[in-house]
Ligand binder design. Structure first.
Ligand code: NAD
Ligand code: IPM
Ligand code: MN
Length: 351
């Protein structure tokens, strides 16, 4: 049998709660041909409060030596004074995405049958956001002077490289080519002329190699309109790191809630392990109550299985989650009840 070495980072808040259910489903989904060997890492705000470490070089090397990563969510309780200078999000989550060259942040949005969207007429919602994952305003290219004075200046420069834009655009075209063959570039070329110009020219250049894909462009402000008024028009959206972050929370909201939104941080070259995680955060407001929806984490497991080439297992996980979602009647189930129910749909039938 094939052994997959999986690094598991449950994290903080509801992270460990939803990861426990995702692992339950993973174990139920895979056949005898694949064995998942899990290494659990204690990382996040909890670890920082215990040891003062966010992600040491040794931690990073250990995580990087695995075949793939499953992450719950990280982030402490807002306003906790002990975390004032920790910056877990940048020091852990973004450090992993950057160090492991996760240049594709893949965030599919499907309005599952039976799910009530807040939109009156959502139509057939099935699109994927290909969010650039290693550049943009996230890289930390900035600084501030005269902090705390009326003369303060704070800069956060968006970094966009020809290399970085081209590789993610190429990935997005290939994804569109395998789907409904429509690609929408979302940017703000009317104002961000330098970065926008690079993105637009890159899309136009790569489009020549994908004559089967229809290309469309929307300014990011207009894209938020269409995500609410006509989300069914989208197939693949390609966009930068920050626009992609914002659009995918909106995408989660229109498709039944952030508790259903899955994501993959992909290193398509396979040089580094890819990392799968729900789009949502550690949700301190509901942590410890056992009421978080684990479906986003479970659907992230499906993306993990896809990435590992286990497409049949991935499809079964998606099918089981989708069937469970379709049967939801508004009554409250606990996190583990939902996980158990989805895992049970995957269990082999009794002889
Ligand atoms: P959040 O996603 O944690 O929560 C937003 C809202 O959605 C909350 O009301 C929460 O209860 C609800 N929610 C989230 N996941 C849910 C689930 N599975 N089931 C039901 N309800 C759910 O976003 P936030 O409040 O902005 O951030 C909280 C912390 O998480 C912050 O520290 C933030 O930086 C961090 N964060 C981490 C990640 C990550 O680890 N990938 C992602 C986003 C935010
Ligand atoms: C996400 C989160 C992260 C991001 C934060 C926590 C760094 O919001 O995964 O969407 O902005 O990418
Ligand atoms: Mn986000």
């Amino acid at each position: 049998p094939r052994t997959v070495r999986l690094a598991v980072i449950p994290g903080d808040g509801i992270g460990p709660e939803v990861v426990a259910e995702a692992l339950k489903v993973l174990r139920a989904a895979v056949g005898d041909e694949t064995r998942f060997e899990e290494t659990h890492f204690s990382l996040g705000a909890g670890r920082f409060l215990e040891t003062g470490d966010v992600l040491t070089d040794d931690d990073l090397a250990a995580v990087a030596s695995h075949d793939a990563i499953l992450l719950g969510a990280v982030g402490g309780v807002p306003g906790d004074p002990r975390l004032a200078n920790a910056n877990i999000e940048r020091g852990l989550l973004l450090k992993l995405r950057f160090s492991l060259d996760h240049y594709v942040n893949l965030r599919p949005t499907v309005l599952h049958p039976g799910v009530e969207s807040p939109l009156a007429a959502p139509g057939d919602v099935d699109f994927v956001v290909v969010r650039e994952g290693t550049e943009g305003p996230y890289v930390g290219n900035g600084g501030a002077i005269r902090v705390g004075t009326p003369a303060e200046v704070a800069n956060e420069v968006s970094v966009n490289t020809a290399f970085g834009v081209e590789r993610v655009v190429r990935y997005a075209f290939a994804a569109a080519s395998g789907r409904r063959k429509k690609l929408t570039l979302v940017h703000k070329t009317n104002v961000l002329v330098f970065a926008g110009g690079l993105w637009k020219r890159t899309v136009d250049a790569v489009a020549v190699e994908f004559p089967d894909v229809a290309v469309d462009y929307l300014h990011v402000d207009a894209a938020t309109i269409f995500l609410v008024t006509d989300p069914a028009r989208f197939d693949v959206i390609v966009t930068d790191n920050l626009f992609g972050d914002i659009l995918t929370d909106l995408a989660g909201a229109i498709s039944g809630g952030i508790g259903l939104a899955a994501s993959g941080n992909i290193n398509p070259d396979g040089r580094f392990p890819s990392m799968f995680e729900p789009v949502h955060g550690s949700a301190p407001d509901i942590a410890g109550k056992g009421i978080a929806d684990p479906t986003a984490a479970i659907l992230s497991v499906a993306l993990l299985l896809d990435h590992l080439g286990l497409a049949d297992d991935a499809e079964r996980v998606r099918g089981a989650a989708s069937d469970d979602i379709a049967g939801r009647d508004g009554s409250t189930r606990s996190t583990s009840e939902i996980g158990d129910a989805i895992a049970a749909r995957l269990a082999p039938a009794a002889p």
